[in-house]
Design a protein around this ligand. Sequence first.
Ligand code: B16
Ligand code: MG
Length: 212
Amino acid sequence: MNYKGVIFDLDGVIVQTDRYHYLAWKQLADRLRIPFNETVNRRLRGVSRMESLEIVLEASSVSYSQEQKEALAAEKNEIYRGYLSRMTPADVSREVLLVLTTLKTSGVKLAIGSSSKNAKLILRKVGLEGFFHAVSDGTNIVNSKPDPEVFLAAQEMLGLEPKECLVVEDAVAGVQAAFAGGMDCAAVGDAAKAHIATYELARFSELIDLII
Ligand code: B16
Ligand code: MG
């Protein structure tokens, strides 16, 4: 076995909730008459909710108080959770499910390492509650990616050393977080295109040969 543990990012890796983040931020930005597009959205991947809001507000001429910013973040989260409420187990692809179950039955320890405070809700909606050996998310960290805190917490929960773990990420900030924590990283999507990770996955199922 090449790695004893795998720490999966959630949004953009296990589920495609990145689309819902985009739609929710877009709705808020439209109401505030702030330009927002896929290019700005790419910068929000893996970044915390409040840091994401700061990026969205860069294009605003209005300056908001901390209290107003918290209300705006809550407004976005309400819209986002509206989308999450409609998620089902069908939102996890067959390929992702095959990789997860193959690794688990082979004795690999599995964790989630997500910046999201909605991670446990998402796992419940898609039928993966209780599936992972550890869940480290936005509720147990102070610093979000590219800080390694969320992955270091996951690795500790698994009882493993950083070098024994592989992180799977779709965000550049997530790859940077894995490296900062002393872990190897396999990249999908945007992070793979950036050519900065240890491995670039063309297909998710390549993980099986890479790990076992
Ligand atoms: P929430 P990940 C991240 O999830 C998202 O990629 C990022 O866009 C989002 O702002 C962040 O979670 C916080 O999410 O508002 O639900 O707490 O990719 O780290 O699983
Ligand atoms: Mg992600």
